[in-house]
Design a binder for this molecule. Sequence first.
Ligand code: GLC
Length: 570
Amino acid sequence: MVKKDSKWRQAVIYQIYPWTFHEDTGRTPQKGIGSLKGVIEKLPYVRNELGADAVWLSPFYTSPMKDAGYDISNYRDVHEDLGDLKDFKDLVQAAHDIGLKVMVDFVPNHTSDQHEWFQKSRNKQDDYDDWYIWHPGKKDDKGNRIPPNNWPSVFSIPNRRARERGEMPNLKKGDWTPAISAWQWDDSRGEYYLRTFSKEQPDLNWSNPMVREAMKENMRFWIDIGVDGFRFDAVNWIGKNMSFEDEQINTAYNEDQFENPYDQYLKFNSCNYPELLHQYVWEICEVLRDERYEDRDLRIIMEAHLGESDLRQLNDVAPDVAAAFNFGAMKLRWGVMERKIQIDYYYQNLSDKAIGNQVNGNHDTSRLATRHGDVIARTAAVMNLFLPGMRFIYNGEELGLHDANVPYDRMRDHENGYRDGERTPIIWNDHEKNAGFSKADDDKLWLPVNRDDFGISLFRQYTDPKSSFSLYRIAIKLCRDLPAVQRGKYDPLRTDNIEVFAFERRDGDEKVVIAVNFDSHAQHSVITTDFTQGKVALSSIDVDQNLQNVNLADGLHLRPNEALVILSAE
Ligand code: GLC
């Protein structure tokens, strides 16, 4: 069972991307890179101004940075550009002092090729022979050595870009751009190793119990320092079919619609292999259940890219301590039908023991306001915050920041996923150098500052009661003050307008209705529930509504794409 008083139950979790969040003002010389001390300086903002309950830190570990730190070469130390272990301990202390929990990213599927384990494995040293997934490959008709199967690398987008640059002249019009193989030849060992992501990220062999034990030890290391939870990276890849069967072709793949050649294949063997995935997840979760952590309120959130029914099964593995991210809002287009079906299905199938979650964005996805535009970004924010469970906010989302156009020569991610646009620095203000992110010269910045967003800096939004920041701040406070939102379950409501989606949360006599107009025109809708007189507590458009009276039975007037939060007045 989830602890009754678990603070994770309706927590707002703020994802910090440490490389571009904030460089501490005291660091000399300034490096142009965020720092853990810089994060500490901004914790009061996250807790006291925005009102979040926890931070999730993207990787800050020692790493050669081939995949923005998701290629870890030492699981127990801090990257020197970000600070050191002492800074991390200070960060945990500072966070706890003001009531913030700390969740850290944890990467179980792969390490960096610079990790000592891989170095030893490639040389078959000690017991490390079998710590990664090695294979001699097979021979083609002409006797040439080829990879053992057709498993593709997730990072196959660079092939699309290479083709656009005219670097694949042999492909005919209409031919699919090939995916990059997930197998990498290693000269020193004379075998292929599996690397689902970049070639510098070899996959660990989770079928080896020593690997599992070592990863659990790494988790204990951070729990003992004081962290309250983990975001488990790319977890669906740890469960693979170790008989290495080929993946089947995805017949729905169409090069005009899918950006990534990785999607040419269905994924039943190279990942998402339920028997093993569930067993390993169960085992990881045991770490948190250890008696020695009885007094702690620990939690895991898993990044798993699965269909809704597989996701449901994964959520049932250890609902007391772990759940998978619910990426519905992030992956679906803005349409009332798809969103309503997904939300209904998600909550109906979530066990009572579990904690659900909502996510509108992260460091792998185009920013919310870029994906949907500024108006819908605010509507989506209200939906996210008022639905049950843990609510994730990607740093800068509260300001409505947009993707930046990062020039090719400044990109960090051009060999992987081209995700730099959503990772540029936070726009704290428009009067300090680099928007208050760092005082280093522009060419030293980890990623350039998006000048197009200077007008929506935090400084400018802070005093504007209708700003995106004010919307988040007031909505989060309202959620915290309303027991119905803290405790009530998700109840879909009937409306008489197909464009209007509504749901209710209730606790005893307290009832809260959230009504959302998905259309870009004004709409009118009757909302059916057991009360009719309500007061509008919040609008996604202009925030404060002075508790204006409404009658749900007469119908609500909703402006284009407006979300309203209505309290029962009976
Ligand atoms: C996850 C991370 C992503 C990373 C990948 C490989 O999807 O969110 O940023 O590139 O895993 O670790």
